[in-house]
Design a protein around this ligand. Sequence first.
Ligand SMILES: [Zn+2]
Length: 201
Amino acid sequence: MTTRIDNVYYLKPEQANLTIAASDAKRLLKKYKDDSNVLPEYCFLRDLEEKLGQQTKDKIKCQCGTQSYGNAKFCRECGTKIVRKGPADIEIESIDWHDDEYNSTAADTFFPVFVKEIVPCLQGHAAIGVTFGDDDIEWKTAHALIDNGTLTWCELQLVPGAEAPDFEADDLYEAGDEEDENEDEDEDEEEDNDLQVVRRR
Ligand SMILES: [Zn+2]
């Protein structure tokens, strides 16, 4: 029997404000990213790599006023060393930590890596849900608060007063980028596409 993590997510994404120091993100990625037994396939830490890479490619103006290229180390006009100061903190937009199918990497590494190594580096606050299960038979969700480097497991308390959900879903087919120029024509096809939409989900 394998326990798998199906999803780790922000309960209220609009209220989550976790950040990680760029230096911590770099250090953790360097330590773990090439070891597929440590970082699961879907992993917010992996997603930060792109942001870190972006940051070193930003154009920087030299003190002489010349704009540097890509990741140039010296100014092409005056030869002055170019100092790159990326943002010190990186926003964590999702808290993804899960595998495809029946892999168990996410579950195996959740406590030793996510909780023990990564969470202590997170600043800010977020409520998260962790959906996990045994071979698709029974899914459970655990909830936790991450608060300036500490993770605390929590009971969910329901408080009356929320607005009812709105289930008027967008047509996923139409929202795709394939045909966004012919919006009028798409409307005639809407009904035919419904079945396809369901399958694609
Ligand atoms: Zn210069």
